[in-house]
Design a protein. Structure first.
Length: 102
């Protein structure tokens, strides 16, 4: 897992044709707004989270975020254990996000 600042995350994401943005927050948090085009899989779903992540393409690059960066860091660790090579955690999460929100 690589931890990226918002600037690094956005810069790398903009130049990545193989990118997937992954939001691991709760439904209630997502209802308050999310990064555009983000796929939502709540890490609190436990095995449900594992099952949904298992269905994802392991050849993609995943840019993962949550509210503060803690849950997304854990999600990146889980994904790496599952065989995902490229999972990037957004340090500071939505609390520090200054980009677009939908």
């Amino acid at each position: 897992m690589e931890e990226l600042t918002q600037e690094e995350w956005v810069s790398q994401l903009e130049n990545d044709d193989n990118a997937v943005i992954l939001d691991v927050r709760t439904d209630a948090e997502v209802a308050e707004g999310k990064i555009p085009n983000a796929l939502h899989i709540d890490i609190h779903k436990g095995q449900g989270f594992i099952d949904e992540v298992e269905a994802l393409d392991k050849n993609k690059n995943y840019y993962v975020y949550c509210r503060s960066g803690a849950r997304s860091g854990k999600a990146c660790e889980i994904m790496e254990e599952m065989g995902f090579d490229n999972a990037y955690n957004l340090l500071g999460g939505m609390l520090e996000w200054e980009g677009d929100i939908e």
